[in-house]
Design a protein around this ligand. Sequence first.
Ligand code: ATP
Length: 234
Amino acid sequence: KADLPVLDLEGVSRRYGAVEAVRDVSFALPQGARVALVGHNGAGKTTLMKLMLGLIRPSAGRLRVLGEDPAAGAAAARRRLGWLPENVTFNPALTGREVLRFFARLKDEPASTADALLERVGLADAARRRVGGYSKGMRQRLGIAQAMLGSPRALLLDEPTTGLDPAVRQGLYDMLGELAGGGTTVLLSSHALEELEGRVERVIIMDRGRLVADGTLAELRRLAQLPVRARLTL
Ligand code: ATP
């Protein structure tokens, strides 16, 4: 079972009324992969993540998380994925430690797990400070620590680096590299193809719900006919 893809999509579509947010998308992600989902606003990135999380069901196609349907799975199956939603916010009056210990309790994890995760994302020194005083990068780290509760096999991160300055962004990618090195699959969405160089091993490009390219950045650069090439400045 070790070679089972963490995420496996075959011909997945999702429509909202007349809008086809995701159209016939297929790809599989192995364990420990670092992959970016790239596309403009409305390309379908968030919808894809919600499908993978089992929050919404596909209108067509087949979706598996470690071999199981995420929308039908038991609680244990749902814990296989961690999610960082776009622009995540926490109660500013609570400390980072209180926030994470609270979410740990919801997942039946001990406070010590929350504290270890704070350390792992580089927030140990800030753990006793209120989240209201955190920078955006620190809040993102707290969100990633929250997503890591329950030891998920894959992290789905919706635009984790948007609004971060270059140094903080680098720190975040370093951390994601360490998590992937430890076997956690990392799928992040981004508008910015140029920031992914050397930071992910694979890029999946979405355009108006469709998967238009899937490969390494070097491979994608060789694709002259990429429909979104001009707008994404490969
Ligand atoms: P962003 O970068 O803004 O997050 P995205 O690539 O994540 O964009 P989605 O949020 O997945 O794109 O949206 C894809 C399309 O589906 C858009 O046209 C959007 O308006 C539409 N859509 C998404 N969610 C819903 C919904 N709940 N009801 C109706 N239409 C929706």
